[in-house]
Design a protein around this ligand. Structure first.
Ligand code: ADP
Length: 540
């Protein structure tokens, strides 16, 4: 064997120490509704050291879990840096989960400390007595702590803890394969499952985010993660920003269109990531009231299929949306839809509405019935499987062999892969509509419907049908003041999709129900239909 390079660990602590020193003067902005708090990376670095010291004093040792129950703000970033760098494991709790899921997750991960935003005390207080392993609650900022009392936990003020801890911390050298952070899937079926990120996976994912085929982050950027830091690590943007020396603009709890527009105008981010529903709201707001979004050079969007109409709407105001695909299990970003440089017109759009091209370092394939690997010809439809250094190898204390196949993760997503590495999803395996033995893509139908000028949102689910086993039910949200009929919508769809795919069942609803991470909650729609709660109009 030839002797090779140093075995220097790929660790979050390395990213932190580099970022807070080399880019010590770069700022982290936290929005407060009518203004902002500002801290430099150098200050964040010192505060992370104090936080690590304080957590040590509270007894955090080894790979103990330190949970956060926080919005996107600078203190959350401090925890993102301090907890893994001290060797402990950061557990970002999704504050939008149902209380019993939250209790399940915190107990399953055996969280020892919870750091909570003052504004979220009422939410945490409801579940705190049931969090069996939690000993300490650390409150960030203002907030009445009375509701947290009586749960048998020790309460602390974040700023007091930091003030009482030394400004330097002896950061340990960690094994790059050791756990750095954990995040639970949102559990659309059954209990949520824990995905544990290693230092190495977080480091490599951050580097990938800095490449041009992903987000191309650099020290010229100001990054606005709208996607919550409790949802798949805000798509890895916080760590990648520290690595790139990009400024961070944190929205805290101001996620509605109007404050977001104000924040973008005031802080001029260059890159901003969020799910489609957030951007759709912002686009509507901008069209009605006007907003200057010109600072944005790139808007990564994903989490669910990005409607073409949304991308075109943003194109019209000079803002570029780029679709990305991934899941909690994939750290999360795995594909990004930058079209090939040579592509124009239709071809360019085909690439843009795909889920994107696989990033360097990962491998993907589609698998059909009987686990047969299908060709990457852009035609063969099957379940997508993926492997690579930032793809989970297992779920924490929850064996689920059905999710893995010869070292590949079965994603539960169904689609095609082109010879040039572009993934196009037609559905999630559980949302595919099987009509008379043929597949209908709910995503495709939704995309076409949402391109109608009077449709705000559209969700399509399969419902039982005597003749065809299953048929699509289209639930649509109509723009205020507009009037459309199922007949007109069918007319609009014909020519865009095959005739046999046209839905005959239509429901007009005020809003599509959403999951804790802002995706269409099709489970709820199916249940409402089954319970006869939806007023369904039938047109043949
Ligand atoms: P959960 O699986 O619990 O909803 P995740 O946030 O991990 O939580 O979701 C991952 C899933 O989101 C993917 O498997 C895929 O179905 C969907 N998804 C993510 N990005 C896209 C995209 N660009 N287009 C279509 N679906 C997407």
């Amino acid at each position: 064997m030839l002797s090779t390079m140093q075995e220097f660990p790929l660790a979050i602590g390395t990213v932190m120490r580099y970022g807070v020193e080399v880019f010590g003067d770069v700022e982290v902005v936290t929005w407060e509704g009518d203004g902002a708090r500002r801290r430099t990376y150098a200050e964040v670095g010192e505060r992370a050291a104090r936080l690590a010291g304080a957590l040590r004093q509270l007894g955090v040792d080894g790979d103990q879990r330190v949970a956060t129950f926080m919005w996107n703000n600078v203190e959350h970033l401090e925890a993102y840096l301090a907890v893994p760098s001290m060797g402990a494991v950061l557990h970002t709790l999704n504050l939008r989960l149902f209380p019993d899921q939250l209790v399940y997750i915190a107990n399953h991960a055996e969280d020892y400390v919870v750091i909570v935003d003052g504004s979220l005390i009422p939410l945490l207080a409801g579940v705190l007595p049931q969090l069996k392993t939690v000993r300490h609650v650390v409150v960030v900022g203002e907030g009445d702590t009375a509701p947290l009392e009586g749960a048998g936990k020790e309460l602390h003020q974040y700023e007091e803890l930091l003030a009482g801890a030394p400004a330097v911390f002896e950061w340990p050298e960690v094994d790059e394969r050791s756990a750095a952070a954990t995040c639970y899937t949102s559990g659309t079926t059954g209990n949520p499952k824990g995905v544990v990120y290693s230092h190495r996976s977080a480091y490599l994912h951050s580097m990938a985010m800095c490449t041009g085929n992903a987000m191309g982050l650099s020290a010229s950027d100001r990054v606005l993660p709208v996607v919550p830091m409790f949802h798949a690590n805000a798509w890895g943007m916080p760590y990648a920003a520290v690595m790139a020396g990009a400024a961070l603009v944190m929205p805290d709890r101001y996620l509605q269109a109007e404050p977001l527009a104000r924040l973008i105008e005031a802080e001029r981010p260059t890159v901003a990531g969020a799910v489609p529903t957030i951007w759709a709201d912002l686009l509507r707001y901008t069209k009605e009231h006007g907003a200057d979004l010109s600072s944005l050079r790139l808007v990564p969007c994903g989490g669910s299929a990005v409607p073409e109409a949304l991308m075109r709407g943003f194109d019209e105001i000079g803002v570029r949306i780029v679709q990305a695909w991934g899941m909690t299990e994939t750290s999360p970003v795995a594909t990004v839809a930058h079209p090939p440089v040579t592509a124009t017109g239709e071809e360019e759009w085909r690439a843009r509405i795909s889920q994107g091209r696989i990033l360097a370092g990962l491998e993907m394939r589609v698998v059909g019935d009987g686990d047969v690997v299908l060709p990457n010809d852009g035609e063969a439809v099957g379940e997508v499987e993926i492997r690579g250094p930032w793809i989970t190898a297992s779920y924490y204390l929850d064996e689920d062999p059905g999710k893995f196949h010869d070292g590949w993760l079965r994603t539960g997503d169904v689609g095609t892969l082109s010879p040039r590495g572009f993934l196009t999803l037609t559905d999630r395996a559980k949302d595919v509509i099987k009509s008379g033995g043929e597949w209908i893509s709910s995503v495709e139908l939704e995309n076409h419907l949402m391109a109608h000028p009077d449709i705000v949102e559209a969700a399509v689910v399969g419902v039982p049908d005597d003749r065809w086993q299953e048929r699509p039910l289209a639930s649509v949200v109509v723009r205020d003041g507009a009037s459309v009929t199922p007949e007109r919508l069918r007319e609009f769809l014909s020519g865009r999709i095959a005739k046999w795919q046209l839905p005959e069942r239509w429901a007009f609803i005020p809003e599509v129900p959403k999951t804790s991470v802002g995706k269409f909650d099709k489970k709820v729609l199916r249940r409402r239909y089954a319970d006869g709660e939806l007023e369904v109009r039938r047109v043949e």
